[in-house]
Design a protein around this ligand. Structure first.
Ligand SMILES: [Zn+2]
Length: 67
């Protein structure tokens, strides 16, 4: 199995949408905080598992994260 197709997610900055990093599905288990090198915005990236219900409680910066 050399070329196993792996689904990668892209984490982009909330502010300027710069690509912060890529990660394979399942590689993230918890919250990752990363500061954007371009606009210095702090981004919280959470793993978005398929079985995880969306937590849209405190509406701050809801739409950013993994895609
Ligand atoms: Zn940015």
């Amino acid at each position: 199995m050399d070329n196993q197709w792996v689904l990668t997610l892209e984490a982009r900055c909330c502010e300027c949408r710069r690509l912060l990093f890529k990660v394979t599905v399942g590689a993230l288990r918890g919250l990752v905080q990363i500061k954007c090198p371009r606009c210095n915005a702090c981004n919280d990236v959470r793993p978005d598992g398929p079985n995880q219900p969306r937590q849209a409680s405190n509406g701050t910066g809801a739409a950013c994260g993994l895609r």
